[in-house]
Ligand binder design. Sequence first.
Ligand code: PMP
Length: 422
Amino acid sequence: MPLDPQSIRQDFPILKRRLPGDQPLVFLDNAASSQRPQSVIDAMTDCYENFYANVHRGIHTLSEESTAGYEAARVTTQQFLNAASQREVIFTSGTTAAINLVARSWGDAHVTADDTILLTICEHHANIVPWHQLAERVGCRVEFLLINDDYSIDTETVAEALQRLQPKLFAFTATSNVLGTVFPVQQWAQLAKENGATVLVDAAQAAPHQAIDVQDWDADFVIFSGHKVCGPSGIGVLYGREALLAAMPPFLGGGAMIDRVTVDGFTSAELPEKFEAGTPPIVEAIGLARALQYLQDTGLNEIARHERDLAAAAEQQLRDVEGVNLFGPRQSEKAGIVSFTIDGVHPHDIAQWLNLRGIAVRAGHHCAMPLHEHMGLTATARASFYLYNTLDEVEQLVDAVKQTREKFARSGRRRRRSSISS
Ligand code: PMP
């Protein structure tokens, strides 16, 4: 059944917000961070109001209840990912923290100066900088797969690079946060395995919009953030294959991650605590679990189809606007992300003009500078859709883009006339 965004909107209190000038909010910045339904806010408030305490350590009622809530969230997350065991689900503070954990713990233990890390040019900085930092520490090489003119990466290119470079790790995003390209994770992971590479999938842009089965993907690490899946900020998930995680040294040291500490040293706790030093994101985990349930109850396939329809409608209409340039692959291979520029208008000006009409989009390099540089751009404007967006909002976006273009074309003509006459 298709989604009914009007009824979904009732679940999200922030969408009732009026902006200056009493304008309704048109929130199209979902790839940066989504909004939360009331059920997530309620679950978190319930914890703070009724049973919050630190987890794992206390022998008292509240601590036991908080621990039960936190560990139940791990089970919900395990089921969301179809991970084989709860021990494979590590809560971190976000995607960035999780990738850094892998780079520090797995990377420092396994990667040497002779090794190569293979990435795609489409990566977010969170999946580039930790590998550059690893390269600074151990001297390995970081190589990038480039995109074709149609913004795709063919399987043959991936297979050839894996064979030629024999990378220690192939780390790639499941969905580009700029182009919206959805990459064939399972196929790439299999090719990587055939060439002996460990596989890390940045699922920050995939988890909000598609059902993930880590066993089907057969990836070694899969990572996403809570704030993009209608959950809270401050929490992320690292899925890791149990045998790999068990063999990895802990990353952060401190409370909760130890078995024993003496004046001479320490021994680590078992999984997953080994990688959860300090007080974890307790309330955030409870909120995340509620968000994952909300997405599953709504239907991830339906969410994906709805966003694709919105993005297709936006692209179709924007394509007809003179001076508008779109960046991304054919629609069938795309998530609900539309990145564009307008000739003669800086993307920051586009975002500012849309904001005056209550429309929130993002402008800049979207933490993907190498991709922008590869495309010969410094910035794009990006509209990103989610389950609560409507076709009416697409129309508002397109109208506002047309107005922005006309406004800047007029002021360009005025500037040219005055410089001719002066
Ligand atoms: N990877 C991708 C593809 C992303 O879109 C983002 C967030 N924009 C990140 C990583 C980083 O996520 P976070 O800021 O939650 O750590």
